[in-house]
Write a protein of this length. Structure first.
Length: 62
C-alpha cells in the first residue's frame, strides 16, 4: 500500500534539501530524511522507556 503525503518544509530545510539531494531525486531524498527521523524518534522513545539506552542515535550515519 502506498500513501501519499504533502510535506511543508521551512526555507532553511528546503535550502538544505536543494543543496544535498541528487538532481532529479528530491522526493527520494525527503523520504530518506523522514524515515531516518522516524527511526531516531523510535530509538529515543525506547531509550526513554529503559530499553537499550545505547540505541539512541545508533545507525544515524549517512
Amino acid at each position: 500500500m502506498t500513501t501519499k503525503i504533502t510535506v511543508s518544509l521551512s526555507d532553511e530545510t528546503a535550502g538544505y534539501v536543494r543543496a544535498h539531494a541528487p538532481e532529479g531525486n528530491v522526493s527520494a531524498f525527503i523520504d530518506r530524511l523522514i524515515r531516518r527521523q522516524i527511526t531516531l524518534d523510535a530509538a529515543k522513545q525506547l531509550a526513554a522507556a529503559g530499553y537499550r539506552p545505547d540505541l539512541d542515535g545508533e545507525g544515524d550515519a549517512w
